[in-house]
Design a protein. Structure first.
Length: 86
């Protein structure tokens, strides 16, 4: 198992970057300063509960990515990955 903190998921401009994965937005949740973005990897989600990752982004960043065409390219920085035991 591998984990990553929600605020360390990167939204990339280049789909060919290392550790880049195609992702679709399953749903979002808004707080006063951040957006929580629930992402499905590899294919569009079947519904709002069909997601793999939960990313946290500040509203300023959200304003720059929210209108990008899907799929988005998300990155999992290797130095930020947490190796977990089952």
């Amino acid at each position: 198992h591998v984990g990553i903190r929600a605020h360390q998921i990167a939204f990339l401009n280049c789909p060919d970057a290392p550790n880049a994965l195609p992702a679709w937005v399953a749903h979002t949740s808004e707080t006063p300063h951040r957006m929580t973005v629930f992402l499905k990897l590899g294919q569009p989600p079947a519904d709002a509960d069909d997601y793999h990752l939960r990313a946290e982004v500040f509203k300023e960043k959200w304003a720059t990515i929210k209108n990008r065409p899907l799929p988005w390219s998300v990155g999992l920085p290797p130095a930020q990955l947490l190796l977990l035991r089952p």
